[in-house]
Design a protein around this ligand. Sequence first.
Ligand SMILES: C[S@@+](CC[C@H](N)C(=O)[O-])C[C@H]1O[C@@H](n2cnc3c(N)ncnc32)[C@H](O)[C@@H]1O
Length: 247
Amino acid sequence: MTKVDVAPCGETGGAAHSLKSFGRRKGRTLSLRQSTLLAEGLQNRSIDVSQPLDAPALKRLFPESVRDIWLEIGFGGGEHLVWQIANNPRVGVIGAEPYLNGVVSAMDALVTRELTERVRVYADDVLALLRVLPPECLSRAFMLFPDPWPKKRHRERRLFSAHLLDKLAPLLRPGAEFRFASDIDDYAEVAIEAARAHPAFDIARVFTTENRDTMPDWPVTRYEEKARKQGRGATFLVLQRAVEPKV
Ligand SMILES: C[S@@+](CC[C@H](N)C(=O)[O-])C[C@H]1O[C@@H](n2cnc3c(N)ncnc32)[C@H](O)[C@@H]1O
């Protein structure tokens, strides 16, 4: 099996992402209970990005039963993250989400369902997290309905980009899936193009809302539901970290 040499950042031409891809970090004022949930959750479950994590250190963050580590980028209120944790008992999930009210909702659900043990949270920009994770530590990643930034002058804020793929590729095991979804047609098109052009990713599947039920392990997220109610379907991509170099 030939492994792909994953290009260091920038080699595929992915521009560095210096603009923030997220909007506000706080919404409605948190109740005392929510503030406590957040503080306790972050104290016990957060990931320190002040220095690189090696593979044993990352493994130690999770219970021994965890065989695979997945990453969810921008988990919002955490519905998908919680579903995956509940349905995959040998998996540990790292969630990155800068919107604190979303982090609180996820913590609340995890605490209620006694599922906190296999989750670690980075409550800020995922790009900082990607800089410290060890090579090939992830066996799956998700980025579901990233902020659409529909105005042309804001397009550079979109999180899915060649730059993001450059950063994520070395962290994924060969063959690992990276799942992406968007309800914004031109975002999905650009994502498909970026993946097609990237040497470290293959496109395993592309499907839409119509044949969505062919993926029973891909629950509907809050934003997908919102888009549906507004009459927008979505495009779903399953990318795969290439095992053989692309020609
Ligand atoms: C439109 S929401 C979708 C939330 C959820 N995935 C869903 O489908 O319901 C996009 C989320 O991505 C988060 N986000 C944006 N930029 C991010 C970044 N650089 N790192 C991590 N999360 C980010 C936002 O805070 C927001 O919660």
